[in-house]
Design a protein around this ligand. Structure first.
Ligand SMILES: [Zn+2]
Length: 350
């Protein structure tokens, strides 16, 4: 198979011919049609997120099963699939409770701790493939379908985890990012008032299109004052923080109203200070959120299949242009998600 290999951190991709992967008894192999390109995998390429090299990165795939291991019963050749990002044991208490992200024997991530989707073929444990529901035109829209498993599923989960209900006000830090944009879409769909907060002014049009009711430019305004103004001093019901620096988290606490929930995921994961007295008086909650369950990927796929939401993939290229695309990702110049077409539109690699 042809593959786009990273030999070391912070080096360009190298196109290589590698042996086709052969599945173990509980593995399957899929032909990759497309693979999403987001900051998570750019962090691996740039060396900010540790991985063993050589490595094939990428996890937001659309593919078709081409081979299954001897013990595989749930998938057959030709099945359209996407990938579940976490490697999990399926036996521990948390896996048995269908909370795979909390697996006590977490094996890492697809495209980081095992080879991922920037290749013609991908081999994964069968439990890491999720069959696409009918109603998704994956052959016509492989890029959009591929990014659902993370960029759409993550915000689907956040709405549940933060118990967001219609009529609430939701503030999103890092709203212009690939997941942030889809968070805005889903919060809007949940009939909330959505306030987008970001410093990337080049993403504000996209935030507007995605459904933000108000946009706060964090590079200009004092965010807490701007939001308290917008909410007449009451603060917001939910803060969703994709940035998670001490500054954003403490600002998030400062704009949180009564019974408010602040949810942190991704980003910098910094330590911050919270005022227990305010938390008590206002009955506030602090929540963490980690990727999604398998079930939440299926829920997200069904939302797209039902026409409730459509992924925002603004830059779709043949995989020969991976290097160029990752330069744009590094500079923050991709709006929504980007994706590479791999088997879907085979470039001339001769
Ligand atoms: Zn487990």
């Amino acid at each position: 198979m042809k593959a786009m290999v990273l030999k070391a951190a912070n080096t360009p991709f190298v196109f290589e011919i590698l042996p086709d992967p052969t599945p173990g008894p509980n593995d399957a192999v899929a032909r990759v049609l497309s693979c999403g390109s987001g900051l998570t995998i750019q962090h691996v390429k740039a060396g900010r997120s540790k991985a063993l090299f050589p490595r094939i990165i990428g996890h937001e795939i659309t593919g078709e099963i081409v081979e299954t291991g001897s013990k595989v019963k749930d998938l057959k050749i030709g099945d359209p699939v996407t990938a579940y990002y976490y490697l999990y044991c399926s036996n521990c208490h948390w896996c048995q409770s269908n909370l795979e992200p909390l697996c006590e024997n977490n094996g890492g991530n697809v495209g980081k701790d095992c080879d991922g989707g920037y290749a013609e073929l991908i081999k994964l444990p069968v439990q890491n493939f999720i069959k696409l529901p009918p109603g998704l035109d994956y052959k016509k829209f492989p890029a959009e379908i591929g990014v659902i498993s993370d960029a759409v599923a993550t915000p689907v989960k956040v709405l549940k985890r933060a118990r967001v209900t219609a009529g609430e006000t939701v503030a999103v830090f890092g709203a212009g990012g690939g997941i942030g944009i889809h968070m805005l879409m889903l919060a809007r769909r949940a009939q909330t008032r959505v306030i987008a907060i970001d410093i990337a002014t080049n993403k504000f049009d996209a935030c507007d299109k995605a459904g933000a009711d108000e946009i706060v430019d964090a590079s200009e305004a004092k965010v807490s004052e701007a939001i308290l103004d917008l909410t007449k001093g009451k603060g917001v019901d939910v803060v969703i923080d994709f940035v998670s620096t001490a500054l954003t988290l403490e600002t998030g606490m400062a704009i949180l109203g009564r019974r408010g929930r602040l949810i942190t995921l991704g980003g910098h994961g910094q330590k911050f200070t919270a005022d227990a007295s305010t938390m008590l008086l206002k009955e506030q909650e602090l929540l963490g959120s980690r990727y999604v369950t398998r079930r939440e990927v299926v829920d997200a796929l069904n939302l797209v299949a039902n026409g409730d939401i459509w992924p925002m993939v603004t830059d779709i290229r043949p995989w020969e242009e991976a290097e160029k695309l990752h330069e744009l990702l590094e500079k923050g110049d991709v709006t929504g998600r980007a994706a590479l077409l791999i088997g879907a539109e085979r470039p001339n690699l001769s």
